[in-house]
Design a protein around this ligand. Structure first.
Ligand SMILES: Cc1cc2nc3c(=O)[nH]c(=O)nc-3n(C[C@H](O)[C@H](O)[C@H](O)COP(=O)(O)OP(=O)(O)OC[C@H]3O[C@@H](n4cnc5c(N)ncnc54)[C@H](O)[C@@H]3O)c2cc1C
Length: 383
């Protein structure tokens, strides 16, 4: 059984000092930005906003300065993320690159790959998408069938990915594919990761999937004899499983896993205002207390990352508790305000209507609740 400890942590003064700076930046850049756009949280995109964040050194904040990173602490990064998420800032263009593709390349990439790709990410000019899920291979990721075959100059990729968020705007995908036939004795062997140029590679077709809220958020991506160069391989051929599990740990550890519905809480408090009756005040108080506990747990994870630890189990627990919280928010807001979701109307109505549709998906992305509970159970020695 793994040791689970959420050591209460305080953000150090240099991290707190950053908060005012970030708030001023947000106030300057998002003046008049409507609530319903803020509700998109880390799904809302604005390339100019990403570039402005890059110029401030707020992308790749913890990465080495020699590649354009900020060389700052995980706790400073936590403050920037928290403020951006609380404001509903449009951070999604660079989000995946900052959260996981950049760290993956720094850990497993070659020196050439780091020098080629990392600086543009930190400038907020290069966006990545995640090519893991396939039709019939989501939770059981090891069953993927997209394959890459060795050619004289590199690799030829055939197959299909699905639910690929932002594939239509990303410059690159990091795709998990099979480079050797599946070995029934070791399902995780023979997988590899490739960095695919989404704009230049011939044989890549991106087809949009519209979600319930009418947005083109994710896509199907088809590979038909898509040729990539030899240096598109990331890390070790056949060692993709170990790499992808590291990437998933980056994907699951951040405060976005409980702050996606924050705009609705904000609008709820505005809607109820200072006239809250005892029941409404108690309902909002419960939501605020829960949020505060999740925040402490999340700060504790940032503290562990800063100490060089890999808190995968703790991150799975925060993701599991966090998505339950953010997914329940529309129902709780309805109970407290006594208003059904409806389109039109003021900010509260619009945000409520959007979140009611969007929140359904929160427990799926990045690994479903059942999968997270399986990881937690294993960590606790229960399976
Ligand atoms: C908004 C959103 C964005 C996404 N973005 C991306 C992306 O950018 N890139 C990408 O690769 N993927 C992306 N995904 C896909 C996501 O990772 C998968 O949907 C998820 O892993 C579940 O896989 P699945 O949809 O195939 O469902 P399945 O794996 O078929 O699961 C169906 C149900 O069965 C349950 N289940 C499955 N296996 C088990 C088990 N062993 N024990 C208990 N219960 C189980 C699941 O919990 C779920 O409830 C995104 C999904 C969403 C909703």
């Amino acid at each position: 059984m793994e040791d689970i400890r959420f050591t209460p942590g305080l953000l150090p003064p240099e991290a707190e000092a950053l908060r005012a700076e970030v708030r001023t930046f947000i106030a300057d850049h998002l003046k008049g930005y409507p609530g319903v756009k803020r509700a998109k949280s880390w799904s809302g995109a604005d390339p100019e906003f990403s570039k402005a964040m890059g110029a401030r050194g707020w992308i790749g904040m913890t990465w080495p300065t020699e590649y354009g990173g900020g060389g700052r602490s995980f706790l400073e990064r936590y403050v920037v993320l928290e403020e951006m998420l609380a404001a509903g800032a449009p951070v999604s263009a660079h989000w995946v690159a900052d959260r996981q593709s950049g760290p993956l390349l720094l850990k497993f990439g070659t020196e050439d790959q780091r020098r080629k790709y990392i600086p543009a990410i930190t400038r907020g000019e290069s966006y990545f998408c995640i090519g893991m899920s396939e039709p019939n291979s989501g939770s059981d990721l090891a069953s993927i069938r997209t394959r890459a075959e060795k050619t004289a100059d590199g690799w030829r990729i055939n197959g299909q990915k699905i639910w690929t968020s932002k594939a239509h705007t990303a410059h690159h995908m990091i795709a998990l594919v099979r480079t050797r036939p599946q070995d029934p004795k070791d399902r995780h062997a023979g997988l590899s990761q490739f960095l695919i140029d989404m704009k230049e590679t011939k044989g890549v077709t991106i087809r949009p999937i519209r979600n319930m809220a009418g947005e083109q958020m994710f896509n199907e991506v088809f590979f038909e004899d898509a040729e990539v160069p030899a240096d598109a391989l990331v890390g070790t051929e056949g060692g993709g499983w170990g790499q992808v599990t590291t990437e998933l740990a980056f994907e699951r550890s951040g405060p976005e896993r409980y702050l996606s519905s924050y705009q609705l809480l904000f609008e709820l408090v505005r809607e109820i205002g200072a006239d809250a009756g005892p029941a409404e005040a108690a309902g909002i108080g419960r939501l605020a207390a829960h949020l505060s506990t999740l925040r402490q747990m999340s700060i504790s994870i940032a503290t562990m990352l800063e100490r060089g630890e890999t808190p995968n189990l703790a991150a799975a627990i925060v993701k599991e508790l966090g998505v339950a919280y953010e997914q329940d928010m529309p129902g709780k807001a309805h109970d407290i305000a006594g208003i059904s979701p409806r389109t039109g109307g003021g900010d509260f109505d619009q945000v409520m209507a959007y979140m009611t549709m969007a929140a359904r998906s929160f427990s799926l992305r990045g690994g479903t609740r059942e999968i997270m509970r399986g990881i937690i159970a294993r960590g606790l020695g229960l399976r």
